[in-house]
Each structure stands twice: as structure tokens, then as C-alpha cells.
Design a binder for this molecule. Sequence first.
Ligand code: SF4
Length: 263
Amino acid sequence: MEFTQPLPKSLSPSRLADFQACPRRYQHASIERIPQPATYATAKGRFVHYVFENLFLLPALERTVEKAREYVEPAVEVILDEQVRIDIALDDAMLEKLLGETHQIIDAYFAMEDPRTVTSEGIELRLGVTVDETPLFGILDRLDRDAEGNLVIVDYKTGALPNRNFDSQTFANAELYALLCQEKLGETPSKIRLLYVSHGQSVERNVTDVVIKARSSAASSAWKKIQRYYADGDFPATPSPNSCRFCAFKDNCRANGVPVPVR
Ligand code: SF4
């Protein structure tokens, strides 16, 4: 088929992850832009990001736990709009659960680091560059400057902790952000910190040139395929238990004869 919608102007780390998991998912999300209903988990993620984003927009010494708590109520208005409330079937019990979990996350986060001591170089930093004819764009949660003067990429995670032998996918998005920093800011971050705020734990990895080159090459290869599939009018479906499990397009795929695993 011929797509009537234009090809997106750039590739973000999360859209790249969509494509790598299943090209058809990329087609539905990024080309056809089929709405993906919010889930409790995605709403909670946005809720918590809102709190931390606003906390870090304050001068360092004002970033107290009390201030963080003050952003919880406004998050109800900003994040839980009418469509999100419908998508997640929000009722009083669910709202109470969400507020309770957010306050627990704030406590866990403050046990992990003191934001008054953090030197932040950017919050929700928008970075766009073209590398090897591949237009990349991403919004970075936080870019810190550590005590040694090095840049550190910080990404908030509200989901489950990776298992102890976390695979390369755990850091894949953040490593692409490191490439964006290198190309856009002319400085390569030395480290990535993933803050699993629900658990009060962080996992870290040093950034190496080898990894950045590998991520750059994977993004370029994906972008070339995206252009080819777009011209062909078809992004192949690659169903698997892992990729389909949390995919919003299961019904769509099944209706089109894709053998989506039942789980
Ligand atoms: S349900 Fe599975 S096959 Fe269909 S788009 Fe999602 S990941 Fe791909």
C-alpha cells in the first residue's frame, strides 16, 4: 500500500526501539499514528516525570522533599487529562493508589540522592542532530555535571528493575542520547545513570566510543530500512512474546492475520 502520511522527520530513541522490536509497530505508531491508549503504567511514568522535572527546574537549594510533594497535586490536573482518565478507567481508588505510589517514589528517590547537591546542565533537554544521513531527535530527562566535571546522562525509570545480568537494551536509549550529546554539545558524557525511582536504586554504565559508534551504526541501519519499507508501503510484522506483550496494536495485527502470541 502507499502511505498517505509523511515519513517522520527524525528518529527518536524510543521510536528506534519500536522499530527494532517490530517494524510493524513503528508503522502503526510513527507513520499511521494510531493512538496508543494510556495505561496505568504510562500515566504513572508521566506523572512521576512531571514531579521530578519541576523539582529540578528550581534553584538547587530549593529542591526539598516538601517541594517535590507540592508538585503531586498539579500533576493530577496536567497529566490526568480527560482522555487519560478514560483510557485507564480512573476512579477514586485508582487515583488514591497513584498518589500513594507517587509519594512512595518521592521518598525512595530522596533516599537515593539529594537533589540539592546535583549540578544539572539540562532538564528535558531537546537534542536533534543528523549523523550519517540519519536525523536523530530525543528529549533527555536530565544531564548532570558530576564532581569530576564530566557530563552524566540521567534517565528516570518507573518500571521494574532489570535483572542482574541486564542486557544491552537496558542502556540502549541512553547510549543514543550520549551520541546526541557528543554531536550536538561537542562533549561526550562519561556515564549513564538509570534511576529506578520506584525501587530507590540506580544502575550505571560508563560510556565508551565503541558503544556510541555501535548505536550510531544501528540507528543509521534502521533509518535506511525505515525509508525502504516506507517506499515499499509495508513494514513487516515480527511477532514474538516479548515484543507483542505490551504492544498497543495487538487487535489491529490479529485483524490483519498476524499470529500475535497469546499472553
Ligand atoms: S502486536 Fe506484535 S506483531 Fe503486532 S505490531 Fe505489536 S509487536 Fe508487532
